[in-house]
Design a protein around this ligand. Structure first.
Ligand SMILES: C[S@@+](CC[C@H](N)C(=O)[O-])C[C@H]1O[C@@H](n2cnc3c(N)ncnc32)[C@H](O)[C@@H]1O
Length: 220
């Protein structure tokens, strides 16, 4: 792919593909489970096309959205507007949502400024995931929680072998997404304490569907 085609693909085509694949009804129960329990002010890294718009708990008051793709943010607008209208009709508050930055590696937020954080299918894509996790620890208050729903490296050797083989192609076609990241290990290495974790295959081809869903505490 030449440079212009590559950037057209990443800016125009990829956000629509991600929206179609990730923001579907089948993923909603996973998303609901991942987000449940968050409250107050949260930062969501890789906000994307607003796939979590319909599942923010009523206790979440404000969402700092971090997302580099303007196309994805445009796709989010009608979903957020529809959900805001529906909740308002039901007399339920909807969080204030504002874009605050482009990348998880550099959050324009103060230290200890968030009650919690959220990432759904984003840690796989962030180029410097270690830096992003350290940024999350900086902005989450001590005792606050990072909720995550991610795909990653399977514990089954034959599947993991395929994931390693497919990783370069996945990266090229899916905006830098990796199939081989070990999410719980990355979180612990960054100093988070895993409070709850469920890992299992979702429906679909196994190299893409080893999902980890959980909550990790920022101890300090
Ligand atoms: C697979 S999509 C997931 C989107 C959304 N969170 C969801 O659950 O559907 C990965 C997202 O991460 C975003 N992204 C890429 N690089 C990033 C970075 N350095 N920091 C934060 N987000 C990033 C992409 O633009 C994309 O929206």
């Amino acid at each position: 792919m030449n440079w212009r085609l590559g950037s057209l693909y990443n800016e125009r085509v990829l956000p629509r593909m991600v929206d179609a694949m990730c923001a579907n009804a089948e993923m909603l129960p996973w998303r609901e489970k991942a987000i449940s329990g968050l409250e107050g002010v949260i930062v969501e890294i890789g906000f994307g096309s607003g796939a979590n718009a319909s599942v923010y708990p009523a206790e979440v008051t404000r969402v700092f959205a971090v997302e580099p793709s303007q196309q994805a943010l445009r796709l989010a607008e009608p979903k957020l507007a529809a959900e805001r209208t529906a909740r308002s009709a039901a007399g339920v508050e909807y969080p204030m949502i504002e874009q605050v930055g482009l990348t998880g590696e550099s959050l324009p937020l103060g230290t200890n400024s968030c009650d919690g954080a959220l990432s759904t299918f984003t840690l796989c894509t962030i180029p410097d995931v270690v830096a992003a996790l350290h940024e999350l620890r900086r902005v989450i208050k001590p005792g606050g929680r990072f909720h995550f729903l991610e795909h990653g490296l399977s514990p089954d050797a034959p599947i993991a072998k395929w994931q390693r083989r497919l990783d370069p192609l996945q990266g090229a076609l899916a905006g830098g997404c990796h199939l081989t990241r070990e999410m719980p290990e990355l979180l612990e290495a960054a100093g988070f304490q895993i409070e709850s974790l469920t890992s299992r295959y979702a429906r679909g081809p196994k190299p893409w569907t080893w999902f980890s869903i959980g909550k990790a505490i920022n101890p300090s």
